[in-house]
Design a protein around this ligand. Sequence first.
Ligand SMILES: *[C@@H]1O[C@H](CO)[C@@H](O)[C@H](O)[C@H]1NC(C)=O
Ligand SMILES: *[C@@H]1O[C@H](CO)[C@@H](O)[C@H](O)[C@H]1NC(C)=O
Length: 350
Amino acid sequence: MIFSKSCSFLGLYLVIVACLVLQCCAYANQTSTTLVVDASKSGRQIPDTLFGIFFEEINHAGAGGLWAELVNNRGFEAGGTQVPSNIAPWTIVGQESAILLQTELSSCFERNKVALRMDVLCDNCPSDGVGVSNPGFWGMNIVQGNKYKIVFFVRSEGPLYMTVSFRKTEGGGILASSNIDASESEVSKWKRIETTLVADTSSSNSSLYLTTTKKGVILLDQVSAMPLDTYKGHGFRGDLVNMLLELKPTFFRFPGQTLRNAFRWKDSVGPWEERPGHFGDVWSYWTDEGFGYFEGLQLAEDIGARPLWEALDGIEFARGEATSKWGSLRASMGHPKPFDLKYVAIGNED
Ligand SMILES: *[C@@H]1O[C@H](CO)[C@@H](O)[C@H](O)[C@H]1NC(C)=O
Ligand SMILES: *[C@@H]1O[C@H](CO)[C@@H](O)[C@H](O)[C@H]1NC(C)=O
């Protein structure tokens, strides 16, 4: 029964292919062609390991897609290293007479020097604050009851009074909010701030706001907003990873990309805030590299697929002992056991 069904499927398929071929020829020329397919013999067996996922940072497959980071242009680096630079998609909150925004090369991170400087000029600032907001990729999807981990780096001349909130992009209604206060001595040098926001309401078109009501100078860098409920807590969107699981892939091939807009794996490992990020000039957008080489290996492991990697010198990072040079960096990121990397692709799409 099953056999005859699959046979008739094959038959139908061949008829369609033959029709297409014939029609095509008929248009090009009036002569007819006969295509004979001998389906009685099976071809070479296709190995099980040949069915998998081909991932590439195209059209926001990673940044704004699988990778759950909500902030777009987290480190203010997307506008380039000539300062002052464009900070899009960040926008100003408040009147331009109340706050001046500019970028400068004063970050505490060596490989991504651009930081944002906010000169807050108002003596009587509006009660809902002035500052900056980020709409994410297409408006952040904030879900009632969900928790979000906010991390950013800050420096201030004077004590710090800030509010971190999610607000509706349209209308500005507050969905979640947290106050961050620190004394002058705590923030006179760069300081890492972490807080959790819990959404009171949902909105699929939200923005992250960093605001203050006090005059002064505040510097910001590496602002991240991550949902806490990512797949296995590893930073990938659970709804999309579940779709990948349904494909039952045996391998996960990444990162793709050509030499011109290459992904440099050494720039994509270690603490996320220290990664330089890169501009993919073929697809014309910036990625902060939160989804780097480690995260790709982790995702492959989480979905039970073998990673398929493209660069020779990344092999030790994936497979080396925790005591080896690159294996020890992987261990410091929380995975002392080698990943199951067995395949290496040479070139792109070969
Ligand atoms: C179309 O048919 C003519 C006459 O049989 C032949 O000379 C010509 O090469 C054919 N053209 C194509 C595109 O097959
Ligand atoms: C989100 O809100 C902004 C600001 O009003 C608007 O320009 C944009 O089109 C909205 N996006 C969606 C997906 O509705």
